[in-house]
Write a protein that binds this ligand. Structure first.
Ligand SMILES: *[C@@H]1O[C@H](CO)[C@@H](O)[C@H](O)[C@H]1NC(C)=O
Ligand SMILES: *[C@@H]1O[C@H](CO)[C@@H](O)[C@H](O)[C@H]1NC(C)=O
Ligand SMILES: *[C@@H]1O[C@H](CO)[C@@H](O)[C@H](O)[C@H]1NC(C)=O
Ligand SMILES: *[C@@H]1O[C@H](CO)[C@@H](O)[C@H](O)[C@H]1NC(C)=O
Ligand SMILES: *[C@@H]1O[C@H](CO)[C@@H](O)[C@H](O)[C@H]1NC(C)=O
Ligand SMILES: *[C@@H]1O[C@H](CO)[C@@H](O)[C@H](O)[C@H]1NC(C)=O
Ligand SMILES: *[C@@H]1O[C@H](CO)[C@@H](O)[C@H](O)[C@H]1NC(C)=O
Ligand SMILES: *[C@@H]1O[C@H](CO)[C@@H](O)[C@H](O)[C@H]1NC(C)=O
Ligand SMILES: *[C@@H]1O[C@H](CO)[C@@H](O)[C@H](O)[C@H]1NC(C)=O
Ligand SMILES: *[C@@H]1O[C@H](CO)[C@@H](O)[C@H](O)[C@H]1NC(C)=O
Length: 856
């Protein structure tokens, strides 16, 4: 396994010849590199500027103390002061440097690789000294005189310090016997020849620049096994390799890193087992990272390459506790939070752009355990399992966790009898989706959550203004709130709660929703596909239905023969949020006049959506006479308008949360084989909380279809009504809102409409290319009056979509007092009137709508 970085270096190495001339051979002859040993009573000062200092291209600085040179080329061990990053603090470290033609390269590729350090938790400053004292201790003294580290040798007669060929720093006595060696004090790395003895362990640093020990993860050798674990209480072991060691022996077992393997030695140093590692062509070392991976790095002539990920061979991508962070669910290496819809779930991604950082929940408070709840995640396992309770049923398992404050979650594994074993977790790291093919039992996770968001608000009132939190106060939670308010939380919280009640009820007046089923994985949600699945479904993306700036749509066929449209969004890390928003918004909505999202894929670099297949494509292909396709008759057009109205009405009125589509246009209306219309593409949708009648948002949409209040007022679902009005006009008139092929006065359909309405000449603009439309002229003119109503400049005067449906169905009529001055009209070139809005305008028109609402 080679990391992408490693690959780069490998690729680079092919161009070795051409690039090598750029090596800097700095005064190679004058440098004296011959100092592998030192005698007692020697002192070195950390001085980043003297003749033993080297500054690297990556900004790291080393000051050499001992150097064991092997030859003219390749890696060599050195020890000395080391820093990277801002170089305000230094380590006393052992590291590898690279010789190129007899001198040490300072190129980035040859940057020093630290394999051991003395003072990870106590870095020192410039001016600090390392002293090999006359008593034989090695002492690191910071610039202000504080002892940062020392070897703690007492009563031994040390005569010198030696840096060996293997990178072991040794204090030896007059018989050359080792008194102290760095190999006995491993940090996060192992080098060739280094043993990890029973009782020793590797602990990663927090990061490359924060050297402090990350106490969470360890890889430890003990009498029976080598194991990697999270240091929780009790520990959670994610890797374990037993060493067959039936006898107690005077020689404790150990593992040793040798060329080609990590070898396990049991009783009396008999080799018991090996984990194979690729053979080294040059130097290697292995290092435990703060992500729990044990990676092997190798020098490959032109850079350090991450050649092997040792534990992953056994664990797979999802087997690490860190893969998806706390509470993250790992599915084939992809991370998600419990429940896809994070706005209504108890878990939120810590960082939307980095799903691997995990999910945060509202902190559990044992004092409020009456509001704890165990939410169920079916078909989810944990990276490890240790039965705390055996042969019990799920309800007893949950109860065991509920009754224990320290229990944060419980994993229940059971067979066909619904009786199984229970594992109580005190901390919850990555969960993993069950691969049903690979295991023969069932696994459920129950996560403990604080039942009310109110508790987080109590500790952080400022969050109440946060839109994301306010949207989380959805209807389902209101009942709980009352329970909590009714219960005596104590006078301390009374005032705070009062404030929250006010805020809450201002925002949430709709209480008729009952709490139901929200604890289970939401049913009917779109299927998550892997990229490989979709490749198969689309026959390797062979049949393209359409293409836009930011997406391509392909035809696909599911295993059951259902045709689908697979939309592939092109390379946009930053739209992941809106992507998931679309999945979220569309996935849970089912209506005859809304295009159904059947699945999605969010692999690292791939974002795809799987929609139901709409044979006749988008409306714009049928109403603008651009193709020779037979154009739609009046009844078909009327039906399409009615279907659009029904779809939009559903979005506006019947969903739990109002959804303003914000980009209604013919391209986003799709037609099936019978010309039934469905509204598509909710990429621009913004959930409008039902209780907030307006939502402020940034400007978006497509010019021509955008309501005038985009320029001023807050945005409501009435912007959709406006766009709908425009689409009605386009359907009835058989032309686009802007038609630059026409005379300037006719170019803008809305101006033409206004003029003809005032002159009562609306019949003149009914689609002339279609005989059936001409025959139904009076009905078409009536339809235009509905459009006029929808286009009222004052959005409060526009009808709701429900009213529109009633008019279309003949139940009510369009009011008589319509205003035909549809407010500010965009000029024909768009820029003149929008003036300074133009920049933003074009930005949104080129980007936002197209991201998700590309072609079909
Ligand atoms: C480096 O500097 C030290 C004094 O700081 C001096 O004794 C030594 O000779 C110098 N070495 C070289 C190679 O210049
Ligand atoms: C570092 O070395 C240079 C030259 O050898 C010397 O001038 C300077 O004082 C030294 N700085 C410290 C902090 O020892
Ligand atoms: C010396 O500096 C370190 C950190 O740089 C600090 O922790 C320590 O207290 C200081 N000691 C003295 C004596 O000032
Ligand atoms: C120092 O290390 C070298 C190389 O590993 C070794 O050959 C030599 O014997 C060691 N010297 C002492 C005094 O231990
Ligand atoms: C210690 O090692 C050095 C070099 O490695 C050698 O010259 C010396 O003779 C050794 N001393 C003893 C007592 O073995
Ligand atoms: C390993 O076993 C030895 C001998 O039985 C014992 O002395 C030692 O304490 C054990 N070490 C650990 C870490 O359990
Ligand atoms: C202990 O190990 C020795 C060989 O190393 C073996 O002969 C003996 O049977 C072992 N004892 C037990 C109790 O397994
Ligand atoms: C590792 O072993 C291989 C095969 O025996 C050998 O070719 C290679 O030089 C060795 N590498 C090192 C760094 O010793
Ligand atoms: C679980 O087992 C307990 C007894 O161990 C029993 O009382 C309870 O009814 C069982 N619950 C279910 C849901 O089967
Ligand atoms: C409250 O919120 C602010 C900003 O959102 C954050 O910096 C702070 O850490 C939060 N405090 C608590 C106690 O959560």
């Amino acid at each position: 396994m080679v990391s992408p970085c490693g690959l780069c270096s490998l690729l680079l190495s092919f161009s070795f010849a051409s690039v090598s001339q750029f090596f800097i051979f700095s005064d190679a002859q004058t440098k004296d590199y011959d100092y592998p040993t030192a005698m007692i009573s020697t002192q070195w000062t950390n001085n980043a500027t003297d003749n033993r200092s080297i500054t690297y291209a990556d900004g790291s600085i080393v000051q050499l103390i001992l150097l064991r040179r092997i030859g003219e080329y390749g890696p060599a061990y050195a020890c000395g002061f080391y820093c990277n990053g801002n170089c305000k603090s230094y380590l006393f470290a052992i590291f590898m440097v690279i010789f190129e033609g007899g001198t040490i390269t300072t190129l980035y590729d040859g940057r020093p690789q630290v394999v051991w350090s003395a003072n990870r938790n106590n870095p020192v400053k410039i001016g600090a000294t390392l002293e090999l004292t006359s008593k034989g201790n090695l002492m690191l003294i910071d610039a202000n005189g504080t002892v940062a580290w020392y070897t703690e040798i007492f009563g031994k007669s040390v005569v010198g310090l030696n840096l060996t060929d293997f990178g072991n720093l040794v204090l030896f006595d007059r018989n050359n016997v080792t008194v102290w060696q760095s190999f006995d004090h491993p940090t996060d790395s192992l080098v060739f020849g280094q043993k990890l003895m029973a009782g020793q362990r590797l602990m990663p640093s927090v990061s490359r620049t924060d050297w402090a020990i990350d106490g969470m993860i360890t890889l430890s050798m003990n009498n029976g096994s080598l194991s990697a674990q999270m240091e929780t209480s009790p520990p959670q072991i994610y890797y374990n390799h037993d060493i067959p060691n039936p006898n107690a022996s005077d020689k404790p077992p150990y593992v040793e890193f040798v060329n080609g393997s990590l070898a396990f030695f049991g009783i009396n140093t008999v080799e018991m087992a090996v984990v194979l590692v690729p053979q080294a062509s040059f130097a290697q070392y292995m290092k435990l990272g703060s992500d729990g991976h044990l990676r092997v790095y190798e020098w490959r002539r032109f850079g350090w390459v991450d050649v092997f990920d040792l534990l992953t061979e056994y664990l797979g991508d999802c087997g690490y506790p860190t893969t998806c962070g706390q509470y993250g669910i790992c599915t084939n290496g992809q991370c998600s939070c419990p429940f896809l819809i994070d706005k209504t779930s108890y878990f939120k991604q810590v960082d939307d752009r980095q799903p691997n950082l995990g999910c945060s929940a509202y902190p559990l408070d044992c004092g409020l355990s009456q509001y704890h709840k165990l939410i169920e995640l079916k078909d989810v396992m944990y990276f490890t399992f240790t039965a705390n309770l055996e042969n019990i049923n799920a309800s007893n398992c949950k109860e065991a966790c509920a009754n224990k404050c320290s229990c944060k979650a419980v994993i229940f594994e059971y067979g066909s009898e619904a009786i199984g074993d229970c594992y109580l977790l005190t901390q919850v790291f990555s969960l993993k989706k069950v691969d049903n093919k690979k295991i023969s039992y069932n696994s459920i996770a129950y996560l403990k959550v604080q039942d009310e968001l109110i508790f987080s608000s109590l500790s952080n009132l400022s969050d109440l203004d946060d839109e994301s939190l306010s949207t989380s106060f959805d209807n389902q939670r209101s009942n709980h709130l009352r329970v909590i308010i009714a219960s005596s939380l104590g006078a301390l919280f009374a005032v705070t709660i009062l404030i929250i009640i006010i805020v809450f009820f201002l925002r949430n007046r709709d209480d008729n929703e009952v709490e139901a089923g929200y604890l289970d994985q939401l049913p009917g949600m779109p299927t998550r596909y892997t990229y490989e699945d979709l490749k198969a479904i689309t026959n390797d993306f062979s049949k393209k239905l359409g293409e836009g700036g930011f997406s391509s749509v392909f035809e696909g066929t599911l295993i059951d023969g259902t045709k689908v449209a697979v939309k592939h969004l092109v390379g946009f890390g930053q739209v992941k949020k809106s992507f998931l928003a679309e999945v979220e918004a569309v996935g849970s909505i089912h209506h005859l006049n809304l295009v159904r999202l059947m699945g999605f894929c969010a692999d690292k670099s791939h974002m795809l959506l799987v929609y139901e297949y709409m044979l006749n494509g988008s409306l714009d292909r049928w109403i603008f006479h651009e193709s020779n396709k037979s154009v739609l008759n009046w009844q078909q057009r009327r039906k399409i308008i009615l279907h659009m109205a029904k779809g939009l009405n559903y979005l506006h009125e019947d969903c739990t949360q109002k959804i303003a589509h914000l980009d209604i246009k013919p391209q986003n209306i799709l037609l099936d084989e019978n010309f039934n219309a469905k509204v598509a593409d909710f990429g621009l949708s913004k959930l409008i909380n039902r209780d907030q009648s307006r939502v402020v948002t940034t400007m978006r949409g497509t010019p021509g279809y955008m309501a005038p209040e985009w320029l001023s007022a807050a945005i409501t679902e009435k912007v959709n009504v406006y766009s709908f009005g425009i689409v009605i006009l386009e359907i009835v008139c058989g032309r686009k809102i802007f038609d630059r092929s026409l005379d300037e006065e006719d170019m803008y359909l809305l101006s033409l409409f206004k003029r003809n309405a005032i002159e009562e000449q609306l019949l003149d603009i009914v689609d002339k290319c279609n005989e059936d439309m001409q025959l139904n002229g009076p009905q078409a003119v009536n339809m235009m009056r509905i459009a006029a109503w929808c286009l009222q400049g004052d959005y409060t005067r526009r009808p709701s979509m429900l009213m529109v449906i009633k008019v279309l169905e003949g139940i009510t009529e369009v009011p008589g007092n319509l205003e035909y001055n549809f407010s500010t009209q965009p000029s024909t070139n768009g820029a003149a009137i929008f003036g300074q809005m133009h920049l933003e305008f074009s930005a949104t028109t080129t980007l936002a709508p197209s991201v998700l609402s590309g072609p079909r």
